[in-house]
Design a binder for this molecule. Structure first.
Ligand SMILES: Nc1ncnc2c1ncn2[C@@H]1O[C@H](COP(=O)(O)OP(=O)(O)O)[C@@H](O)[C@H]1O
Ligand SMILES: [Mg+2]
Length: 293
């Protein structure tokens, strides 16, 4: 595993939205050539953390370092300029546009520099095809509309695009959430590809199996706090599933249910007792009446 200095690091970050504490004292980092999985239940604060990393939000407290320097991003563009690329689940791709146009969307040159000196449709098509091939995706026709591609392929285009435009950190917010097993496998492959090419990847997922398949380190968030950061050696898959799934809470609930069932049993027994008592009293009453008659 990579032991290099972190590309990106937060120290004791907190984020408040009014009175809502979305994050509380969270320290997190990602190194080059590392996949760091960010795990946790709904509302745990995962999206808030990556929005801070990617310049959408500013932390209320704590420090943020990029390549060892303190940074304060005022917009996603500022973070992107430093090489922090974020791929959201609802991809910023336009379904009706061809792949090559999507690939260069918003990044078309206004002035000629670098590869863009030669920018034209043919160049763009060729580049997209080559870049995707590097990730093992063979698109026959870069002119194909993005909308005709599978969910996994679309995620891959977004990843290839970030890599091509020089991202150092790739942040993926639940890229496999809406995908079937096979398509998720395709995306996981590209996550590993990005890592192999030296990027630091922050991979957010609900799925412990996806996380364990590609992750080097794991940070688990719970109600805005971190339960810790673990390497694969420090955390078995079973423990991770347990920490993630809120299994403790499920245990507590099932204990409560057992308790209720036990109480109901007791009540049933008591009722049976009362019934018996009542039957006896009635019998006795019958007998007594009998005696009187
Ligand atoms: N813009 C916002 N305004 C107010 N509350 C927010 C905002 N964004 C997130 N929150 C709250 O912060 C907490 C963490 O949310 P979020 O980071 O989206 O969690 P996750 O991505 O892990 O599901 C939740 O209680 C959520 O309601
Ligand atoms: Mg989220």
């Amino acid at each position: 595993m990579s032991q290099a200095q972190p590309l990106l690091e937060t120290q004791s970050i907190s984020k408040l939205f009014g009175s809502v504490i979305a994050l509380n004292d969270v320290s997190f980092s990602v190194r080059p050539a590392e996949v760091h999985c960010l795990l946790g239940d709904n509302g745990a604060g995962k999206s808030t953390l990556i929005k801070i990393l990617s310049g959408v939000h500013q932390p209320t407290e704590g420090a943020y370092f990029f390549e060892g320097e303190p940074v304060s991003f005022n917009s996603p563009r500022e973070a992107l300029e430093r090489g922090i690329a974020t791929v959201y689940q609802d991809l910023a791709l336009i379904p009706l546009m061809p792949i090559w146009r999507n690939f260069f969307l918003g990044l078309e040159p206004t002035k000629g520099w670098g590869p863009f000196k030669r920018f034209d449709a043919d160049f763009a098509k060729k580049t997209v095809r080559e870049e995707l091939l590097k990730m093992g995706i063979d698109i026959r026709d870069p002119g194909q509309a993005v909308g005709t591609m599978s969910g996994g392929e679309r995620q891959s285009i977004a990843i290839a695009r970030a890599v091509y435009f020089g991202a150092k950190v790739l942040i993926l917010d639940e890229p496999t959430a809406a995908l079937g097993v096979k398509q998720a496998g395709v995306v996981l492959k590209y996550v590993v590809q990005a890592k192999t090419r030296g990027l630091g990847v922050v991979f957010i997922t609900h799925n412990p199996h996806h996380a364990y398949a590609v992750g080097d380190r794991f940070t688990i968030l719970k109600r805005g706090r971190t339960l810790g950061t673990f390497t694969k050696e420090e955390l078995s898959r079973e423990e991770m599933i347990r920490l993630m799934s809120g299994a403790d809470e499920l245990d507590a609930i099932s204990h409560e249910l057992e308790e209720i069932a036990r109480r109901e049993e007791t009540v049933d027994q008591e009722l049976a007792q009362v019934d018996k008592q009542l039957a006896k009293t009635l019998e006795k009453l019958d007998d007594d009446t009998g005696t009187v008659q």
